[in-house]
Design a protein around this ligand. Structure first.
Ligand code: ZN
Length: 68
């Protein structure tokens, strides 16, 4: 018997992960992803960027260092 089973990819991989940075309360920067993920607000822009990049790498998404 030939049972063919097509497994749909999990929702997680279908989701777009586009991470960018946004300024919070003038002094803080936070990484924001289109999936709804947020990093902690950081005083250091490079730290927020690092966290955002980590998230993008983890989910095979895109990262932009542009601050909105
Ligand atoms: Zn995400």
């Amino acid at each position: 018997m030939n049972e063919e089973r097509q497994s749909a990819p999990p929702q997680e991989t279908m989701m777009q992960h586009e991470v960018c940075l946004r300024r919070v309360q003038q002094h803080f920067v936070q990484a924001v992803c289109s999936c709804g993920w947020l990093s902690a607000a950081r005083l250091s822009e490079s730290l927020a960027a690092e966290e955002g990049r980590d998230h993008a790498i983890l989910y095979n998404g895109a990262f932009s260092e542009e601050i909105l």
